[in-house]
Design a protein around this ligand. Structure first.
Ligand code: BTN
Length: 266
């Protein structure tokens, strides 16, 4: 699989030597965090065939069976303050839309902030994690992505059936996971090249693909009653602007609340 993926990345892909394929692991994000602390270089990529402890935001597990998905983590070492990376998850989502379009032939939507969706079904998710230096600058960023590629409806656990979908379920065709992985690597390398210099253009692309904007949403903030409003825009850092019934607007950050569409999963 490793050689197959490497044969499909673009000739200018610069991080070929820092790509590792794993048959099985707990979590590629956790593995890469350890490698980052041991000095692994910018551009290191881990992809696993299956994960025993794949996880997403807010401690949720990410079901990662073998042979059907891509479980991918990329290590970046951007030289910047943490505040300059507020749009990292958004930039990754835009890059993943490009990668899916290239490998599977259709453009997914983005459910704010970190899910790839199609027709109200989740195709995959993104988990970004930062590590800091003693000076408070960014030491490393880990970008973790899981994409459902080849599953059929009955392959999903009962609790996510009807919510999750795979690229193959959308296209009705067989999906080549090596092609998906190579497209992800290329799209992320290009994303990294413009991450700190083209923030506005990246967020514009995100807005165009974001299915949450314009929808009624519920805000679930720990320890507070659920509040309802309408997602009307995103600000310049990638926060969601929600308008409430009394007309006041609030910028919502992905770390502080969970946003759900009020009419099922969107
Ligand atoms: C989410 O849906 O909230 C994000 C899911 C992210 C899953 C990916 S799979 C590769 C990497 N390793 C992990 O443990 N998580 C991410």
């Amino acid at each position: 699989m490793k050689e197959q993926i490497l044969s499909l990345v673009s000739p200018d892909y610069p991080w070929k030597e820092h790509f590792h394929w794993l048959e099985e692991t707990g979590s590629t994000n956790d593995d890469l965090k350890k490698l980052a602390r041991q000095g692994a270089p910018h551009g290191t990529v881990l992809i696993a065939d299956r994960q025993k402890g794949g996880h997403g935001r807010m401690g949720r597990s990410f079901h990662s069976p073998g042979g059907v998905g891509i479980y991918f983590s990329l290590l970046l070492r951007p030289r910047c303050a943490p505040g300059e990376l507020m749009h990292l998850t958004c930039a990754t989502a835009v890059a993943m839309c490009e990668a899916v379009e290239k490998a599977a032939g259709f453009l997914p939507g983005i459910k704010w902030t970190n899910d790839l969706v199609y027709n109200r079904h989740k195709l995959g998710g993104i988990l970004t994690e930062l590590g800091f230096s003693a000076k408070g600058t960014v030491d490393y960023a880990i970008i973790g992505i899981g994409i459902n590629c080849c599953q059929q409806e009955t392959d999903f656990a009962e609790d996510i059936r009807g919510i999750a979908a795979s690229l193959s379920m959308v296209t009705g065709e067989k999906i080549d996971r090596a092609k998906v992985a190579a497209a992800m690597m290329d799209a992320l390398y290009r994303m990294d090249a413009r991450l700190l210099t083209e923030k506005d253009a990246i967020l514009d692309a995100y807005r165009r693909n974001c299915v949450t904007i314009g929808q009624e949403v519920s805000l679930l903030r720990v320890g507070e009653p659920v509040r309802h409003g309408k997602a009307v825009d995103m600000d310049a850092e990638g926060a969601l602007i929600v308008e409430f019934e009394d007309g006041h607007k609030e910028a919502v950050n992905s770390g502080e609340v969970s946003v759900r569409g009020m009419y099922g999963y969107l």
